[in-house]
Design a protein around this ligand. Structure first.
Ligand code: GLU
Length: 525
């Protein structure tokens, strides 16, 4: 709620103490005096907190110890004492999570999904039989916000292999272990401007960046080289599990075997780098390549990948478990690279028009990060000529058209895109209040700016007071004239039945009074 601070004359936020009983009765929709666990889970799920969420574990424990049987009931007292105090429950029920109107947001996402599903252009990757055989029509997406709100849709629980989407995570692992300087002694950080597996190195004889094949092979060479191959691979698997909030990844051995068998280009790249002395000393080339193929063959679901992406969106801390997995600086560097190099030869165009960090893979995977807001994973196997998922890219285009997710959208702020971070009605209420306030202050520029944003000049606050009422009450003739010139109404009544003319009379603003009277005569004539 906003009120006016008399000293500064600016609106200030007032924190209200939530009424737990009222929140309980929202869940207890038929007023029975108790709620069932299912009602509780459903109401949390609507807000993006799934019943499997790690942060609800104590509630599960409490419920199973205090009541038994299928007819479990939770009284208001029990709710107040052992459920509501849980931080995530409290935040969800009071609308304090990053996307407070989560169900509207996910409905919008589903509408985008359905539109995008109509697109069956592109072809699945066919350089190995395992990818060629994947059902081309599969399509799923998942979202996980920085507050751990989750939503899965379509084929979001089916496994697909990471392929190139393993690259940003391996980069983060080595960056965390070795630091920026050491990593970038072996890998550049420029878009290559060439195809992802082209035989090209930068002027220092290094791979251009960690998100193309040569750079990803180099990340593998740098990744825990002191350990056995099995432990190095376990380390990558465990990192994915942690990033996903405990969902164990899988491994597709046939993909691995096929990758290894058709790897001439990757072998050539490795020897090319070896020739220019790019690898750290004692690198075993064959082991490094096999390690890279193994990482590409790890399988995850969109649901797990979205959780991993949300960890990046959250500066390296897994939102559901609270585990700090990567250093924020590592994540910052990784996202910068995803922004400039994550989408093969479409990276520049993607960053220009869509404008958020993403990494695709030839399995049709797309790992997306909206920094400080959410991670998204999309899986749809048909690829365009660049190797990006056709539906994945279309989904992103629609997403950025509707929501202010482009990196630089905050510079434009023309009100044409939705901001899901805002509470339901918040933008609307803020704009109406701002308009009324600007009118009362005689700030014509601000009135014009808000009008340009699409704010209705006849919009009223809860008491039915409009900009015209306020301008008349405060004697702001210029604003009154402007509003009238823009066809704002002078006859609207507030909740006490007062019209703006009456306000002007009360304040003895003669010029406004006669202006209104003339208008009325003209209208009635
Ligand atoms: N396994 C693929 C390769 O190295 C990765 C392809 C990709 O997703 O870009 O050729």
């Amino acid at each position: 709620m906003k009120t006016i601070d008399n000293n500064t004359k600016t609106p200030v936020k007032v924190r209200l103490k939530p009424d737990v009983k009222a929140l309980f009765s929202i869940i207890d929709s038929n007023n029975s005096g108790y709620i069932t666990p299912d009602q509780l889970w459903q109401s949390l799920e609507k807000r993006g907190i799934l019943r499997t969420d790690y942060r609800l574990r104590n509630i599960h424990k409490n419920l199973s110890s205090t009541s038994s049987g299928s007819e479990k009931k939770i009284s208001l007292k029990q709710f107040e004492e052992s459920i509501y105090p849980n931080t995530i429950v409290k935040k969800a029920l009071t609308g304090d999570l990053i996307i407070s109107d989560f169900s509207s947001f996910t409905q919008d996402m589903c509408a985008i999904f359905k539109e995008t599903k109509k697109n069956s252009n592109g072809k699945v990757a066919d350089y190995i039989p395992q990818l060629a055989r994947v059902d081309a029509d599969k399509f799923g997406f998942s979202v996980c916000t920085v507050d751990g709100q989750s939503f899965n849709y379509g084929d979001a629980k089916e496994l697909f292999c990471l392929q190139s989407s393993c690259k940003p995570i391996n980069y983060c692992i080595v960056h965390d272990a070795l630091g920026e300087e050491k990593v970038h002694q072996h890998i550049g950080r420029e878009p290559s401007g060439r195809s992802f597996n082209e035989m090209a190195l930068n002027k220092d004889g290094l791979p251009h960046n960690p998100l193309i094949n040569s750079g990803a092979i180099m990340s593998c060479a740098l990744l825990k080289p002191e350990l056995d191959m099995s432990d190095r691979f376990d380390h990558v698997l465990k990192t994915w599990e942690d990033l996903s909030g405990g969902i164990k990844p899988s491994f597709n051995n046939s993909v691995y075997l096929s990758e290894r068998k058709t790897a001439d280009r990757n072998f050539a790249l490795a020897y090319f780098m070896s020739e220019s002395d790019a690898f750290p000393e004692n690198t075993n080339l064959v082991e490094t390549l096999e390690f890279y193929f193994q990482c590409c063959s790890i399988e995850v679901t969109a649901s797990a990948m979205a959780n991993a992406a949300s960890t990046l969106a959250n500066g390296g801390m897994q939102p559901q478990t609270g585990q700090q997995i990567f250093d924020p600086n590592t994540v910052k560097n990784c996202l910068s690279l995803m922004n400039s190099c994550g989408m093969y030869d479409f990276s520049g165009e993607f960053s220009f028009t869509i404008g958020f960090p993403a990494k695709s893979g030839v399995s049709g995977a797309l790992l997306i990060v909206i920094p400080n807001v959410m991670g998204i994973a999309i899986w749809s196997p048909r690829l365009d000529e660049h190797g990006n998922s056709v539906r994945g890219v279309e989904f992103c285009k629609k997403l950025t058209e509707q929501f202010n997710f482009h990196n630089y959208d905050n510079l434009v702020n023309n009100g044409s895109k939705k901001d899901p971070r805002k509470r339901k009605f918040e933008t609307k209420i803020d704009n109406v209040l701002a308009l009324i306030w600007a009118a009362a202050q005689g700030d014509l520029d601000e009135v014009k700016r808000l009008e340009a944003l699409g704010v209705d000049l006849n919009a009223a606050d809860y008491d039915g007071r409009t900009a015209m009422h306020l301008a008349a009450s405060e004697g702001e003739l210029e604003v009154v004239r402007y509003l009238v010139s823009k066809k704002a109404k002078i006859s609207l009544k507030d909740r006490w039945g007062t019209v703006p003319l009456k306000d002007a009379e009360r304040g003895n603003y003669e010029e406004i009074v006669s202006f209104f009277k003339q208008r009325m005569l003209r209208v009635n004539a």
